[in-house]
Design a protein around this ligand. Structure first.
Ligand code: ADP
Ligand code: MG
Length: 206
């Protein structure tokens, strides 16, 4: 039976997910709250291989193939990392999860949303996050924050990234209890404070 708390972090590349997860991890560590930081794709050994393909394969990839690769990564992640940690009473901080597939492969790649939802359900065995934080940011600003060589998804154009952003906001509107949206165009410290406030309310209920 699930005893931990499953928190996912969502938003475009460059919105600040990794920065905020690391700060939250430090905060939870200091409070003595058992937690792990994980991510998709690429948290398991199999996932590392899938991540290489997903982010760096340089020939055309069909939308369906892309979707299934993400879902394969997720199925492996849920079964061997997330579920055992939750059963163990751990707070799981996960960088991207089902809402990424819905936003990227659904809204941005324009695939059927209900199908993606069903596939997510199969890949996760129905495991939903207790809480999801979406960092909302202007697409151009997010891209400006990124440095180094862009991966396969980051190379997509502005239109793709705008659809992605709207996708996240649509999803958040449908599940206001689970999903909290934070404006990511703010200082790292201010955003961290908001994250701590939201997460603390959940942890108090544990
Ligand atoms: N609130 C912020 N304001 C300005 N720069 C930020 C902010 N949050 C993160 N950054 C910087 O933007 C870049 C992308 O942040 P990162 O946390 O890696 O985003 P993500 O994991 O969502 O791709 C990093 O260089 C990071 O230091
Ligand atoms: Mg990151």
């Amino acid at each position: 039976m699930k005893k931990g708390l499953f928190i996912t972090f969502e938003g475009a590349d460059g919105c600040g997910k990794t920065t905020q997860i690391e700060l939250l991890k430090k905060y939870l560590d200091e409070k003595g709250i058992k937690n792990i930081q994980t991510r998709e794709p690429g948290a398991t050994e199999l996932g590392v291989e899938l991540r290489k393909i997903l982010l760096h394969y340089d020939k055309p990839v069909s939308n369906v193939a892309e979707t299934y690769l993400y879902l394969a990564d997720r199925a492996q992640h849920v079964e061997f990392e997330i579920k055992p940690a939750l059963e163990n009473g751990t707070v799981v901080l996960c960088d991207r999860y089902t809402d990424s597939t819905l936003s990227y492969q659904g809204y941005a790649r324009k695939q059927n949303l209900e199908t993606i939802e069903k596939l997510n359900e199969i890949a996760t065995g129905g495991l939903k996050p207790d809480l999801t934080i979406v960092f909302d940011i202007d697409s151009l600003l997010a891209q400006k924050r990124l440095s180094g060589e862009k991966d396969r998804l980051e190379k997509e154009g502005l239109e793709f990234h705008k659809a992605l952003r709207l996708g996240y906001l649509e999803i958040a509107k449908k599940e206001t209890k689970r999903i909290k949206v934070i404006n990511a165009d703010d200082t790292i410290e201010n955003i961290h404070k908001k994250v701590v406030k939201i997460v603390s309310e959940f942890i108090d209920k544990l």
